[in-house]
Write a protein that binds this ligand. Structure first.
Ligand code: HT7
Ligand code: ZN
Length: 873
């Protein structure tokens, strides 16, 4: 497979102005008729050939302006249909046959539980019909779907229904029209035995919109939260960005087999059932919050993605980074803003930093790719969102909003670039964003080495910041970035933010300094007392910040920093210093000793300093093993696990009574609601229970069993079950696990949780359990949710996946090889943990490479090929 380069971009020679499709559905032989109104681009040459994409299609008929074309008139290969001689404007008609039931890649038209559905982003439409499958070709669509009236009573497509009726042989049809020109990646079709929940929304200009959520009958009781989330998102986008919905109908459909979370098809969003269905008995608080965020994300795409779309797939972050930023702000406004930021950053620093440090590192706007579906990454999505956030912070909300208004107005109905977006921001604000644009082209996580010195004699604080971005594949040398560093100086005597003055200018107590050079020194004057700097407040830039904080400094910031995010971060840094010592002790075979300063800091937290329970729960949570691993030069899986367990248990022993009190204070028998207050209470209670269970405290065990037995809501039940299964008390865990599995055998989403709980336990018997569970009737390798819940979760179980006999790696490779044939997109994602081999000790490196080499010897899809090539380069 050959890479595509951004620098090779050429506008299309032909535009499709209107597309008419007729689907005659059949599991093995669906007929797709296409009638395309095509016009040559004014700047294309008269003899430019028409080249259409098409894969896995059987061509039955082709006609140009009503005249049938024969094989002599066109050239057909596995990927394209080429017609040399076409007029400036014409109608092309084609008929193809496709087989949805054997489409296990879940791209194009496929069947899920007997239901027909589509996934066209990024390049799935070419598996449906011959078409210029690129986002800068935008057409209006009219779609007729013909199905069996009994097995497919519901026939959906984008836009509004305009006709319907019965046909011969028990068939029926519905015709849909979408008046908004769209690229074919936003096309959608769904057909099956679906049931709807309906609501209404009145837009800010007074238009009525029907809202429909389509699900299988047994899931009708799991739609309330998604519908409420949708309405909140619609109001938020009107109030925050002035964006109104633009069709009479907005539909969401839940399907079981889906490669990602959801898809923003115009007027007909298709969702992975895991990203839309919730019920207090079946979904955890985290799932409720996830659903709210994804529903909002897909809805927000209606403007940031659909009305204004991407010129080409290199611009993917244009829609994804902006939309993630929008959904993050929505969730922050709807729930606890500090907790949302802590959780987002915590995930980002663990997972995106790891991606940036690995062999698949790429800029937010890559300059080449082999397989675009490999680029739906944390870098494009989450780092893209951090960059948009920096823009918002650099410009201030008002100018950012004016820039966003200009962008939506100027480019409505167009397919554009990242320059167009940033250009609007620069235009409205007058800001010089030239250097800032490097964030889009330079891969890797910038690191800032900071040093500070207080000059008593002159009452000055000198802060020196030095930036460097490590080399990444294809980018050995990096230029300095424009990095906004939000900061304060916290007085060690007063415990308060000190006024900041620089070059005679008063900056307030919390200011942004701009690091643009490789090294800069910032001199603050009139600093009345020795301060501790609080840097990168609210994670003002996606960088690694190093400052030689002492443990006393960190304990001080933990209680005195006015920035909630940095208070949390001070606790994480303090825990990391203790963990580093313990990792070293474990490696050297030295007795481990707990740092009493960490214990005292936690005691202070537990005894009433922090009033927000959700924030407190985050502050009491130790850095994850994955995060700790990212901080180590060479990852020592066992030492990290042992050190973290030691800290957990030491804290639990020292603060047992406090944890019991926290637990008891936060038990509630209120009916379940996914409100921020209840979620905060449950999180805090469950963090306390986890500490108690880490030492198998008798009272903790009793509380855990009782919580499981009370069966109050899935958050509490799942947490209790996880703690039992992850403890050494198999006598308690086995019956609970069995009861849970039997009770929920009928519910695929709960069974996913049942799989994950079992394969994430630290005891060293997990590999055999994975093998056993892969034979379980509820498991199917063809269902991405099952693969993620069982195999994906196992690969995150650090002590088990990284077993020194290499069997964990071999198991993953086996599954990747099988999935490479069935679903290349999922296979390519699943390999990720193996691609990080350079981060481990030599023995493991060797074992991981062996498996990558083994995969490489297979006949590979372009998806898997691209990842393995990079990993072994
Ligand atoms: N824009 C959507 C991306 C997506 C996708 C991409 C590749 C293969 C399958 C897919 N399903 C959905 C989702 C989003 O970001 O909103
Ligand atoms: Zn998106």
């Amino acid at each position: 497979p050959q890479p595509v380069y951004l620098s090779d971009y050429q506008p299309p020679n032909y535009q499709v102005t209107h597309t008419e499709l007729t689907f005659d559905l059949d599991p093995t032989a669906t007929r797709v008729k296409a009638r395309l109104m095509i016009e040559r681009h004014s700047e294309a040459s008269d003899d430019a050939p028409l080249v259409l994409n098409g894969e896995h299609l059987t061509l039955l008929k082709l006609a140009l302006d009503g005249s049938p074309l024969t094989e002599a008139d066109y050239r057909l290969n596995d990927e394209t249909l080429r017609i040399e001689d076409v007029p400036a404007a014409f109608i092309l008609e084609s008929e193809v046959e496709i087989a949805p039931s054997s489409n296990t890649a879940l791209e194009g038209l496929y069947q899920s539980n007997g239901m027909y559905c589509t996934q066209c982003e990024a390049e799935g439409f070419r598996r449906i019909t011959y078409y210029p499958d690129r986002p800068d070709v935008m057409a209006t669509f009219k779609v007729t779907v013909i199905g069996n009236a009994t097995s497919e009573p519901v026939l959906l497509a984008n836009g509004n229904p305009v006709a319907q009726g019965a046909l011969e042989n028990g068939r029926h049809f519905v015709t849909w029209e979408d008046p908004h020109p769209k690229p074919c990646y936003l096309f959608a079709l769904v057909a099956g035995d679906l049931h709807k929940v309906e609501d209404r929304f009145t837009t800010m200009s007074g238009r009525q919109v029907a809202l429909q959520l389509w699900v299988e009958q047994e899931n009708l009781d799991k739609t309330e939260h998604a519908m409420a989330s949708l309405k909140r998102a619609m109001v938020w986008d009107e109030q925050t960005y002035g964006r109104e919905y633009d069709l009479d109908l907005f539909m969401i459909v839940a399907v079981n087999d889906f490669n990602m979370g959801a898809m923003e098809n115009k007027g007909l969003n298709i969702f992975n059932s895991a990203a839309v269905l919730t019920h207090s008995n079946t979904a955890t608080d985290a799932a409720f919050q996830n659903v709210e965020g994804i529903v909002a994300h897909e809805y927000f795409h209606n403007w940031s993605g659909n009305r204004v779309t991407c010129r080409d797939w290199f611009q993917l972050s244009l829609k994804e980074g902006f939309t993630v930023f929008r959904d993050q702000c929505f969730s922050a406004d709807t729930n606890s803003a500090p907790v949302k930021r802590i959780q987002d950053v915590s995930f980002f620093r663990t997972a995106q930093f790891a991606e940036d440090a690995g062999p698949t590192a790429h800029p937010i706007r890559p300059d080449h790719f082999i397989e675009i579906t490999n680029f739906y990454t944390l870098t494009i999505y989450e780092k893209g969102a951090e960059v948009v956030r920096m823009l918002r912070n650099l410009l201030g909300w008002e100018d950012f909003r004016r820039g966003s208004d200009l962008y939506f107005e100027r480019f409505d109905g167009q397919a554009v670039t990242i320059e167009d977006f940033v250009g609007c921001m620069a235009e409205v604000s007058g800001a010089d964003l030239e250097q800032f644009m490097r964030w889009y082209s330079q891969a890797g996580t910038p690191e800032i080495d900071a040093r500070g010195e207080y000059d008593y004699a002159h009452a000055e604080y000198h802060l020196t910041l030095r930036q460097r971005t490590p080399a990444t594949p294809g980018q050995p040398d990096k230029l300095p970035l424009h990095i906004p560093v939000r900061m304060g100086l916290v007085g060690t005597k007063s415990g308060k933010d000190l006024p900041l003055t620089m070059n005679g200018e008063t900056l307030g107590k919390d200011a942004v300094i701009h690091l643009r050079e490789y090294e800069q020194t910032f001199i603050f004057t009139d600093v009345a007392e020795a301060p501790v700097p609080s840097l990168l407040r609210d994670f003002s830039a996606p960088v690694k910040l190093h400052f030689p904080y002492s443990r006393e400094d960190l304990a001080f910031l933990l209680t005195h920093d006015s920035d909630g995010f940095n208070r949390w971060d001070a606790g994480q840094r303090l825990a990391m210093l203790a963990l580093d010592d313990l990792i070293a002790a474990h490696r050297n075979g030295v007795e481990k000793v707990m740092d009493s300063r960490v214990v005292e800091a936690f005691r202070t937290l537990l005894t009433g300093q922090v009033s927000d329970k959700a924030v407190l729960a985050e502050m009491l949570t130790l850095p994850s093993e994955a995060y700790i691993a990212e901080q180590q030069p060479i990852i020592d899986v066992d030492a990290i696990h042992a050190a973290r367990e030691f800290v957990r248990q030491s804290l639990a022993m020292a603060l047992r009574d406090e944890f019991i009190a926290i637990y008891n204070d936060n038990v509630s028998d209120e009916p379940y609601a996914p409100t921020p207050e209840q979620i905060a209470q449950r999180s805090l209670k469950n963090v306390a229970l986890a500490y108690l269970m880490s030492i198998e405290d008798e009272q903790g065990l009793a509380l855990c069993e009782a919580q499981f037995a009370a069966d109050h809501n899935m958050t509490d039940v799942r947490h209790a079950l996880t703690l039992l299964v992850h403890s050494d008390r198999d006598d308690l865990a086995s019956p609970a696990l069995k009861a849970f599995g039997q009770k929920w055998a009928h519910d695929p989403l709960v069974m996913d949780q049942w799989f994950t709980i079992q394969v994430t336990r630290p005891q060293l018997d997990v590999l055999e359990r994975v093998e056993y569970l892969m034979q379980h009737p509820a498991f199917s390798i063809k269902n991405p949710n099952k693969v993620r819940a069982l195999v994906g979760a196992f690969a995150q179980n650090r002590v088990n996946f990284h077993r020194l006999d290499g069997k964990g790696y071999a198991l993953l490779a086996d599954v990747v090889i099988e999935l490479n044939r069935l679903n290349p997109e999922i296979a390519a994602r699943l390999i990720t943990p193996l691609t990080r081999w350079q981060r481990f000790d030599e023995e493991r490196q060797q074992l991981m490479r062996e498996q990558l080499e083994r995969i490489k010897r297979e006949p590979l899809s372009s998806n898997v090929f691209e990842v393995v090539e990079k990993a072994l380069a």
